[in-house]
Design a protein around this ligand. Structure first.
Ligand SMILES: N[C@@H](CCC[C@H](N)C(=O)O)C(=O)O
Length: 262
């Protein structure tokens, strides 16, 4: 059998997109998803996303990491799925959809910039040298001096697999402040088990953590990631972050067919 796929990227976080509105995809086949995401034997991607029907909203998002396992929310993937839903004629320039962490609203402009509303955040653990919070996925946020030279895979894995986060683990973001409202971020992603060029829930966590710990007073924050630039904006009242939006490009790369019997 041949599978039709579409490839998208959001600031270098790349995804295999599959239109599963006819419900044909074998959703519990971990090995298959892992193979499709493999950069040598498959299509290649940090994750795979299914576009599905939803009884109430425009569509449903089902997200898998490149290890083949279904996981928690992917911010860049959500932005790319909005662009894919537009390409498939499911939406025009606004979307309401359901993901694993609940309801999301998004807009897409004529240049392909997607603004995706993320979940509200009111639980933030601030320690002397790191912050932990969940923006749809779990994120460890740590300021460092040597961001450019850091071995993210090695240092990220140490924290991800440490006793701090147990079996579930965490994504790990290393951060360097460039200006009052600009931060450079590099992320180790759980489920990819390596550095990715960008992580949407990660930069959302960084923006909120930097505000909550007093590194910035701004509520519109620029995040420079390895694959480009993202923006996060939010309202905040008494430690509760609402109307959180992750904003940036979501780009169609190519489409194709792949044999499933590989
Ligand atoms: N790349 C994603 C995060 C995907 C989920 C993460 N790897 C996890 O399993 O926690 C993003 O853009 O948010």
């Amino acid at each position: 059998m041949q599978l039709i796929f579409y490839k998208y990227q959001g600031t270098g976080n790349d995804f295999v997109m599959i239109d599963n509105r006819t419900d044909f995809f074998p959703k519990n086949n971990t090995k298959l998803v892992e193979q499709l995401c493999d950069r040598r034997f498959g299509i290649g991607g940090d994750g795979l996303i299914l576009l599905e029907n939803h009884p109430q909203y425009d569509f449903k998002m089902v997200y898998y990491n490149s290890d083949g396992n279904e996981s928690s929310m992917c911010g860049n993937g959500g932005r790319c799925l909005v662009a894919f839903a537009k390409q498939m004629g499911v939406i025009d320039n606004k979307a309401k959809f359901e993901a694993v962490d609940g309801y999301h609203y998004a807009t897409i402009d004529k240049d392909g910039i997607v603004a995706l509303q993320m979940k509200d955040v009111d639980t933030i653990k601030s320690e002397s040298n790191y912050t932990f919070l969940n923006t749809g996925s779990p994120h460890h946020v740590q300021l460092v001096d040597n961001l450019a030279k850091l071995d993210i895979k090695t240092e990220g894995a140490k924290i991800r697999y440490s006793d701090l986060y147990g079996k579930a683990g965490s994504n790990v973001n290393f951060v360097y402040q460039l200006a009052s409202d600009i931060f450079a971020v590099r992320t180790y992603e759980r489920g990819v088990e390596d550095e990715t060029l960008s992580c949407g829930t990660g930069v959302t966590a960084v923006a909120i953590a930097m505000h909550q710990t007093g590194k910035t007073n701004n509520n519109i924050i620029d995040l420079n990631v390895e694959g480009g630039k993202l923006k996060v904006q939010f309202d905040v009242d008494n430690g509760k972050y609402t109307n959180v939006f992750l904003i940036g490009p979501a780009t169609f790369v190519f489409e194709g067919k792949i044999n499933l019997d590989f």
